[in-house]
Design a protein around this ligand. Sequence first.
Ligand SMILES: [Zn+2]
Length: 222
Amino acid sequence: MANTSQNIFLTKKEKLRCNSCGNAIPFGQAFVAESEDSKGTCFACSPFVSYTLLAPGNVALTRRSKKHSTLCGVLFSWNQRRKRFERKGQYVEAEAIVKAEKECAADEASRATKNMKAAEIRTIQDKIYIQEFGKAIRAYYPNCPLNREFEIAKHACEKYSGRVGRSASAKQFDSHMIDLAVEAHIRHVETNYDSQFGKGKRKKEIRLDVGGTIKRILVSWK
Ligand SMILES: [Zn+2]
């Protein structure tokens, strides 16, 4: 409802007076006016006396509470070092802040729902990906043990999670990619590769050790 804002200055002047009650407004107290050189009132004579100060920092809450409040008074305080007035928050109706907070909370809930849905979609996409990748592996290695193709595909999918586009079409699985996945699987599952580390052997040596076994199994699965 408040389309415009009223300025409220924590004044840096010594001799301001309220245009309504005539009282002096001491240095550092709130002066409600367009500028410090305009005519204005003390805070007590202003409509903001019953309002609530909302601290700055939350852009959505600031915008929404202004929208729901009859009036909006922006509080400024003087920054001596920078020689300028700076925003210190806004006076709005307490009810407006409550409404704005509710709206922000509702947004948060819908954001959380969106994220959950995205995660579900990703899970389904992963499953499709594994299925399709598995089929492609089976086509290249028809003699590989039953259901092993999906184990290989699942591992590859986890390994490359987020790095490969998940639009699972058979075309995206080229033979090189399949060979690498199958080879890695054989290395870890069908050889003693993993248990040889930490015994003084270098990775290169260990790879060489299991190389023959891997090749033999690869050929037998073809
Ligand atoms: Zn006054």
